[in-house]
Design a protein around this ligand. Structure first.
Ligand SMILES: Cc1ncc(COP(=O)(O)O)c(C=O)c1O
Length: 383
């Protein structure tokens, strides 16, 4: 049996999305060309924009297509800062590297950083944010849901606080993991900028978008032509954009009960592991994490060994974000939550997708306990 439980790293492309992309690839015109070939390609791009806008709850003019979540985050943060003299910027301690490392670099360039801590469930400490906000704060970037733990951040709640204390500060949220798994719309959230990525919602890799609230200014990061309202030059990735549009349409939250289904699978997974394996810690409050994400620390085992042994049984899981796996550094996310560094080494992320079935979770629950048992027997840490 093959069981893919690494959907926060990437998701399988939906067959409907493949069809849409195959159709788009036959329309080879340049969307900027004035002839019929170009007009047909333009039509595909604009149709995708309209689908994505409908899924996010904004207007078409507020969507800029990019090459993915990483570019959207960079464009949001660096592009917004190009329009202000203010030098104080705020983020959380648990951001994805696309935001985390962007802030690190900005710090080296002389920006003053405030990194807001999280509680033991990985949720931003609002009081700390309140104390950090200043009149000269240029930008606040707090993710909507975390990729490693699924912890959902109180973005909607902090927006009024930021507006009141730091009027003029641009508010960005990385919604790459939240999109399709959390019921939200951008107007409700009240943010200025929001990043999404196609490959996390059963779309293709290398396509994403940035929502830019009407009136908010973001400057291009690379120079070129007038594409995407001068904000993101370069001939559009027409097929990728078509795939993103279709995937967004399919992912409209709650559609087909996918969220409800994943919630019950998540509950079963947590209960099953608790029943069958002792000495574990579920990272994040299951009531406040994404419907598809479960992060568990198994004491006295190495996460990498668990991955390898489950892989031999056909089960794909992960230790954290796909970008950090392979590094032996404990995850900055679990560290910020105060998870013991040794326990953090034995942390596994199980992330389900819309195609995950009950049988697959039951198979995992059969295979996982003996794997942990075997590894613990070999561990010098086990008394
Ligand atoms: C929260 C978050 N932000 C940004 C990204 C980067 O997205 P992309 O892979 O499309 O560049 C990811 C992907 O892992 C993510 O989980």
């Amino acid at each position: 049996m093959k069981v893919y439980l690494d959907n926060n790293a990437t998701t399988p492309v939906a067959p409907e999305v493949m069809d849409e992309m195959a159709g788009a690839m036959k329309i080879f015109g340049n969307p900027s060309s004035l002839h019929q070939f170009g007009v047909r390609a333009r039509h595909i791009v604009e149709e995708a924009r309209s689908r994505l806008a409908a899924a996010l709850g904004c207007s078409e003019e507020e969507i800029i297509f990019t090459s993915g979540g990483t570019e959207s985050d960079n464009l949001a943060i660096r592009g917004a800062l190009k329009n202000t003299e203010k030098r104080h910027i705020i983020t959380s301690a648990v951001e994805h590297h696309a935001v985390h490392n962007t802030f690190n670099e900005l710090g080296k360039q002389g920006y003053e950083l405030s990194r807001i801590g999280v509680d033991s469930n990985g949720v931003l400490v609002a009081g700390e944010l309140e104390r950090a906000l200043r009149e000269d704060t240029a930008l606040v970037s707090v993710m909507l849901a975390n990729n490693e733990t699924g912890a959902v951040q109180p973005v909607r709640e902090i927006v009024p606080l930021i507006r009141e204390t730091s009027p003029g500060a641009v508010i960005h949220t990385d919604a790459v993991q939240a999109f399709g798994k959390l019921d939200f719309n951008v107007k409700d959230l009240g943010v200025d900028l929001l990043s999404v990525s196609a490959h996390k919602i059963n779309g293709p890799k290398g396509a994403g978008a940035l929502y830019i609230r009407k009136g908010v200014k973001v400057k291009h990061l690379v120079s070129g032509g007038h594409h995407e309202r001068n904000i993101r030059p370069g001939t559009e990735n027409v097929a990728g954009i078509a795939g993103l549009g279709k995937a967004a349409e399919l992912a409209v939250p709650l559609k087909a009960g996918v969220i409800e289904k994943m919630k019950s699978l998540k509950q079963r997974l947590i209960e099953g592991v608790r029943e069958k394996v002792d000495n574990i810690r579920v990272n994040g409050d299951p009531e406040n994490t994404l419907c598809n994400t479960v992060n568990i620390s198994f004491n006295n085992v190495e996460g990498e060994s668990v991955i390898m042994m489950l892989d031999m049984e056909g089960i794909a899981v992960s230790t954290g974000s796909a970008c950090t796996s392979g590094s032996l550094e404990p995850s900055h996310v679990l560290k910020a939550m105060g998870v013991d560094p040794v326990a953090a080494q034995g942390s596994i992320r199980f992330s389900m997708g819309k195609y995950t079935t009950e049988e697959e979770i039951e198979y995992l629950l059969e295979q996982l306990p003996p794997v942990i048992l075997r590894l613990r027997k070999m561990s010098p840490l086990e008394g």
